[in-house]
Design a protein around this ligand. Structure first.
Ligand code: ADP
Ligand code: ADP
Ligand code: ZN
Length: 214
């Protein structure tokens, strides 16, 4: 199963992608998580990426494509994957389509987690992230068992730098300009499915399961 998650920043792509990955036994691949891991380790890639991420801008396609194409060569991708945060531009989507085509493969679904901008701003303010394992929480909607501590690995939770309100607005603008066109792109390919992302986490997941098990 090869799945792409679409949706605005904060729509719940990561939250759902992790649940899909666990249910279907496929890896959850988040370009944002990979960039953040590189920033934490202080790699060259991390240094370059952080200049863009901190401003709420997209990392250039060339860098992003190098990173993701390398990730696809890992053994755990043999049965597919759920992509979260990639592709984010038409150029990235076309590169993905082409590389799959060369291998005689194709995506199964692009799932758009639909949430209006007004709800996004509320969600981002309460997001807390574990920089050790990528776990994501919300102070009200999805709190960890112990305040400030990751349920999964015991790591410390923090507020992402790019979740400050001004940067969130910038990221929403970037989303509408550069990523939203992917909805039409995948609709034309016949693989777009839309779920109402304003429901509870469990209800959104149920809608997704209905699609994937159909
Ligand atoms: P969110 O899920 O809240 O949208 P992500 O973790 O997916 O955040 O992404 C954080 C940042 O990482 C983005 O704002 C962007 O700067 C960078 N990034 C992640 N994925 C991509 C991508 N496919 N192309 C370009 N930049 C990306
Ligand atoms: P994305 O990967 O699209 O940026 P996340 O999965 O990180 O989004 O979710 C953004 C924030 O909203 C997190 O704090 C998360 O816990 C919370 N969240 C995710 N799904 C829901 C939901 N259905 N209802 C309320 N809050 C949610
Ligand atoms: Zn953790």
């Amino acid at each position: 199963m090869k799945i792409v998650m679409l949706g605005a920043p904060g729509a719940g792509k990561g939250t759902q992608a992790k649940m899909i990955a666990a249910e279907f036994g496929i890896p959850h691949i988040s370009t944002g998580d990979i960039f953040r891991a590189n920033i934490k380790e202080g790699t060259e890639l991390g240094k370059k990426a952080s200049e863009y991420m901190e401003r709420g801008l997209l990392v250039p396609d060339e860098l992003t494509l190098q990173l993701i194409m390398d990730r696809f060569t890992k053994d755990d991708c043999a049965n597919g994957y759920v992509l979260d945060g990639f592709p984010r531009t038409i150029a990235q989507a076309e590169a993905l389509t082409e590389s799959l085509k060369k291998a005689g493969e194709a995506l199964d679904y692009a799932i758009d987690v639909d949430v209006p901008d007004s709800a996004i701003v509320k969600r981002m303010g309460g997001r807390r992230a574990c920089l050790s394992c990528g776990g994501t929480y919300h102070v009200t909607f999805n709190p960890p068992k112990k305040e400030g501590i990751c349920d999964l690995c015991g790591g410390k939770l923090s507020i992402r730098k790019d979740d400050e309100p001004e940067t969130v607005q910038k990221r929403l603008d970037v989303y509408h300009a550069q990523t939203q066109p992917l909805i039409d792109y995948y609709s034309e390919q016949g693989i777009l499915r839309t779920v109402d992302g304003t429901q509870d986490v469990g209800e959104v997941f149920q809608s997704i399961q209905e699609i994937l098990n159909a």
